[in-house]
Design a protein around this ligand. Structure first.
Ligand code: FAD
Length: 292
């Protein structure tokens, strides 16, 4: 099932993100966690791609398993920037052979040791290069791309970031998923600007439930997201009490989702990662709204 077709529903639907195991030893525990999430019957599940592609086989293994066992549509992430054309072409063939119809086409982060290096000879510079390649296959993939309500950390300004986003959409992105954000007004402002720039594809907001205080620093470092005072107060109050922090973080994410839905957003992607209890709690909190 293509994600673009799932997005036509008129009621709220949730999708969940999981990440593949980093080593073979953790494969079974990750597989079990992702199966528990699949049992919640989300609209779809996305499986991330380890930076640099080192764990790429596991992305496909986990995505295939979720689809085969639970018939939950899957979105396989794929990055390109530090890969060769040969590797990426092979991965695309494997995704198609696995019967996966949805691909999240990403540039990927520049490996720390290569920051500042001359990249002009690299096979891929930006996500757009990968999208063009995916479109050129005969697989008829549904293609997703990433977008950044608070601008991508490498962009100098939002105008340029949105211009590049439009180029990405124009070559064949069917939908966009956002980086996490903790203040919905940032999303509403972003939506206004991208619609004004002529980007009309569906946007799926990404919400991350922060369930422990350590995650806050990491989330801010990775995404550069703004932390509203309301969220900071919550971390100050509950950060040292793991159970209370988890409950408060889930409540905050639930509240963000309700506000998004109340303002016309139908599909929300939850960065619950490999935490079935968090995914389940959010779904339970929204059970009447979701009709589940
Ligand atoms: P791009 O779209 O290429 O944009 C990167 C930067 O380049 C931006 O500043 C953009 O404005 C600029 N740019 C784009 N095109 C051009 C152009 N033609 N000329 C000049 N500048 C340009 N990382 C992983 O390793 N694995 C994952 O599974 C993963 N999943 C993600 C899922 C989502 C929803 C999001 C939001 C991010 C994800 N990431 C993942 C992180 C992502 O790889 C990084 O944020 C990366 O730095 C940018 O990827 P991109 O696809 O957005 O890049």
């Amino acid at each position: 099932m293509k994600i673009i077709d799932l997005l036509q529903k008129d009621t709220l639907s949730l999708s969940f993100e999981v990440f593949p195991p980093k080593t073979e030893t953790s494969f079974d525990s990750v597989k079990t966690a992702t199966e528990e999430i699949a049992r919640l019957r989300p609209a779809f599940m996305s499986v991330t791609y380890g930076a640099g592609g080192g764990t790429s086989q596991y992305t496909l293994d986990i995505a295939k398993n979720i689809k085969a066992q639970y018939n939950v549509p899957t979105l396989a992430h794929l990055t390109c920037v530090s890969s060769t054309k040969e590797t990426v072409t092979q991965k695309i063939k494997e995704i198609k052979a696995a019967g996966i119809q949805n691909v999240m086409a990403l540039r990927g982060d520049i490996p720390a040791e290569l920051e500042g290096a001359d990249r002009s000879h690299w096979d891929y510079q930006h996500a757009i290069d990968l999208i063009v390649e995916l479109k050129a296959t005969d697989a008829n993939f549904c293609i997703g791309g990433a977008c950044y309500p608070e601008i991508h950390p490498e962009s100098e300004n939002q105008k340029d970031d949105i211009r590049h986003l439009k180029e990405k959409v124009d070559v064949g992105c069917d939908f966009l998923t956002t980086q996490m954000f903790f203040d919905n007004n940032l999303l509403y402002n972003f939506l206004y600007k991208i619609r004004e720039a002529g980007i009309t594809v569906p946007i799926i907001p990404g919400i991350m439930p922060i369930t422990n205080a350590n995650q806050v620093e990491r989330a801010m470092r990775l995404s550069g997201s703004f932390m509203p005072q309301r969220f900071k107060s919550l971390v100050d109050k509950f950060g040292t009490d793991p159970a209370a922090m988890k409950q408060a973080g889930i409540a905050y994410a639930t509240d963000q989702i309700i506000d998004l839905y109340a303002n016309g957003i139908k599909n929300v992607h939850v960065y619950s990662m490999n935490k079935p209890d968090v995914a389940e709690k959010i779904q339970t909190n929204l059970s009447d709204i979701l009709g589940k």
